[in-house]
Design a protein around this ligand. Structure first.
Ligand code: GTR
Length: 346
């Protein structure tokens, strides 16, 4: 081969490589060999690798949902699309990860809608305290037209909403004393997710909100930087917060759905067929995650009780509900309308 031809072949190989990376988000290597012997293939046939950030460890039910989602994508694309799940906050804490998803540095993430609401405030309407009658009510909302509308509404903010996951109900826990009524929370320093709504909620209980990353809460509880926090049974257990904050009050003040989102920048690089395949696979992983959640929640609860933690039941939550009522009054008329629609779902 003449020198000029060799340079040309190298150039073509180089361009194909670039093209494939462009086509596949933070995609992987293209097949450089195909430039010579085989006919050119459409960008659809190139391997695509997408990175998904997850804050929880590999055995946590949301992460199991992520793996299920990745398996479905791999299977349905005949191995062409890989979703690499990075558990245990390897790619960063939720707020920073959401920012990176927004500008396309991370392709996907599974997060709580609380930190997401700092970017898309309308999501407050889906996480108001004592909004849902129970988990069934929440799932009717999320799987129905309201939930689907919320997923779609993310696009102008740079995200593509893929699916919802279960996250149980959140309750308060602390290292200081048994909390039986909202008045017992008064003055306590409570860690919250980085979301204005959560800050407002803790203030509504006359406690002192301290927003911080999830990964910092254990040592903050241990060193007394905060007196308490709030979360569901599985997170209280998997983080070992139950070992440093033994008082857990079953006030179940809110159900905050989990969500899987993709970067609009990453998704726009894919064909419409691949986007649809990914969206459907995420949606189809939901029931598996809900089932994993139920199993893990039961085990977490048993282990925490066996550890001797002080678990305080709340048979009548009317005082708790009353404390957060002003938060509803302060919502914008648009969000009040959505809240009314959610409540009307039977
Ligand atoms: C968990 C949720 C995490 C994270 C965490 C927190 O329930 O699954 O994604 O948001 O709460 O409190 O920061």
């Amino acid at each position: 081969m003449k020198k000029g031809k060799i340079v040309l072949v190298m150039l073509v190989v180089g361009l194909c490589t670039l093209g494939a990376v462009w086509a596949g988000g933070s995609a992987e290597k293209p097949a450089a060999t195909q430039s010579q012997a085989q006919p050119a293939q459409s960008s659809n046939a190139q391997p695509i690798v997408l990175r998904l950030a997850e804050t929880h460890p590999a055995d946590y039910p949301t992460t199991k949902g992520d793996f299920k989602f990745a398996d479905l994508v791999k299977e349905r694309s005949n191995g062409r699309i890989t979703i690499q799940v990075y558990p245990s906050s390897q790619l960063g804490e939720e707020k920073a990860v959401i920012e990176q998803v927004q500008f396309g540095a991370i392709d996907m993430t599974r997060v709580s809608i609380s930190p997401l609401s700092a970017f898309v405030p309308a999501f407050d309407a889906l996480q108001m305290p004592y909004l849902y009658r129970n988990a069934d009510h929440m799932w009717k909302v999320l799987k129905g037209p309201i939930g689907k509308q919320f997923l779609t509404s993310l696009e102008p903010s740079g995200f593509v909403g893929l699916c919802w996951y279960e996250s149980g109900a959140r309750s308060f826990y602390n290292s200081k004393r048994e909390v039986k009524t909202p008045a017992d929370l008064k003055g306590m320093k409570i860690r919250v997710q980085q979301a204005p709504l959560m800050v407002g909620m803790v203030k509504a209980f006359d406690a002192v909100p301290t927003p911080m990353d999830f990964g910092e809460v254990y040592s903050a509880l241990q060193t007394g930087v905060v007196d308490g926090a709030e979360n569901n049974w599985p997170s209280y257990f998997s983080t070992s917060h139950y070992e440093v904050a033994k008082y857990f009050t079953l006030d179940e003040h809110t159900r905050v759905p989990e969500i899987t989102i993709a970067s609009k920048i990453s998704m726009d690089k894919l064909s419409k067929a691949d986007q649809d395949l990914i969206k459907q696979a995420a949606w189809d992983s939901m029931d598996y995650q809900i089932d994993q959640w139920a199993q893990y929640e039961k085990v977490a609860q048993e282990k925490i009780r066996a550890n001797g933690n002080v678990i305080t039941p709340v048979p009548d939550n009317s005082a708790w509900q009353k404390a957060v009522q002003p938060m509803y009054d302060k919502l914008s008329p648009d969000l009040q309308k959505i809240v009314a629609e959610i409540r009307a779902v039977k």
